[in-house]
Design a protein around this ligand. Structure first.
Ligand code: ADP
Ligand code: ADP
Length: 217
């Protein structure tokens, strides 16, 4: 599903490249961890896949298309295939849970009533059906992360990316969140999780990409 071929990224004005000569392959239906110290380049790698940053060298293949040279017009088509989960949830505080989850569908043009029905069904999957009418700040951190995940997958993306999704959660909650990623992976989504959580990686072993100062080990 994803091929990196000799991919490098240097930010303007920084001495050292953030990523150098990366080669790897994420097969369709795989679930992979991305680890490495702070500053190793994990977020940069995810941003290259999302088209939020551009590589300076190499090719990134997404389902056979080179996405390193997409135009502004083509980018939304790429992003529609991807769901993104954040460390800090990024929910809209003045909207209900169900509206937060429905929003990507409404923005994509779906009728709001249909979108809310789909969002309710997804909240059921993540175990928050009975909190649908609540506002995000009335939920715990673990619950807010579940809402972020529901929102990330509501448009049924082929690829689910997560950047330190359990960075703000304790061990038990983190385990539940990783179980949820496994569930979406079993449903057919390809999953890539950037994480520092070595304990969880040991509890739920998967293939692992390890970054060291911009290089893949
Ligand atoms: P990680 O997610 O593993 O912590 P990042 O991808 O955020 O690593 O950062 C990799 C390197 O790129 C770091 O040295 C960081 O300081 C640098 N970097 C990240 N974003 C930017 C940016 N927008 N401008 C300049 N340098 C950046
Ligand atoms: P999978 O995710 O099942 O492993 P791939 O991503 O390997 O599938 O392949 C998807 C498509 O991308 C195929 O048509 C393959 O030929 C094409 N492709 C993959 N890597 C390259 C590459 N380096 N150059 C050109 N085409 C490629």
């Amino acid at each position: 599903m994803i091929h990196f071929q000799n991919v490098s990224k240097a930010y303007l004005g920084s001495k050292q490249p953030a990523l150098q000569g990366l080669n790897f392959h994420l097969p369709v239906g795989s679930m992979t961890y991305l680890t490495g110290h702070s500053g190793a380049g994990k977020s940069t790698l995810l941003k290259l896949i999302m088209g939020m940053e551009r590589a300076n060298g190499g090719q990134i293949w997404f389902n056979g298309h080179d996405i390193t040279r997409l135009s502004a017009y083509e980018l939304p088509f790429l992003r529609r295939q991807i769901g993104m989960v954040h460390q800090d949830y990024r929910l809209l505080p003045d909207r209900s849970i169900v509206d937060n989850v429905a929003l990507p569908l409404i923005i994509a043009g779906m009728h709001p009533k249909t979108a809310r029905e789909r969002a309710l069904a997804m909240l059921d999957v993540v175990g928050l059906y009975n909190r649908a009418a609540h506002q995000p700040l009335h939920l715990s951190g673990g619950e807010q992360q579940r809402v972020d995940i529901a929102r990330a997958v509501i448009h049924k993306p082929q690829l689910l990316l997560a950047d330190e999704p359990t960075g703000n959660l304790d061990n038990a909650l983190s385990f539940d969140i990783f179980s949820l990623f496994e569930e979406f992976n079993r449903m057919g989504m390809t999953v890539l999780i950037a994480t520092h959580n070595i304990g969880l990686i040991q509890q739920k072993p998967k293939p692992c990409l390890v970054l060291e100062q911009g290089y893949l080990r």
